[in-house]
Write a protein that binds this ligand. Structure first.
Ligand code: HEM
Length: 54
């Protein structure tokens, strides 16, 4: 994850936007609340290797 994203310089704001879009996709497909939380946690665990540290 880190080498795949480091050169993209992804910001905190861009990450937050991705989370909102992702939640919208899950809601549109009627993914239940528990699974939504689990998926957000899994994706969230990759944040330190995705958002550029500065
Ligand atoms: C705001 C959040 C994210 C953005 C803007 C983003 C954007 C990108 C872009 C543009 C690439 C291609 C980089 C290149 O080839 O030069 C990439 C690669 C990749 N991303 Fe993301 N990404 C984000 C989050 C995530 C998340 C949350 C995951 C998985 C949980 C993920 C998994 C991957 C993987 C596995 C690759 C490498 C694919 C490959 O080498 O073929 N990314 N990402």
């Amino acid at each position: 994850m880190k080498p795949s994203h480091a050169h993209l310089n992804i910001t905190e704001q861009e990450w937050e936007r991705m989370v909102v879009v992702f939640q919208g996709v899950l809601a549109r497909h009627q993914v239940p609340a528990q699974e939504t939380q689990e998926l957000l946690a899994i994706v969230g665990s990759t944040k330190p290797d995705t958002v550029a540290s500065r």
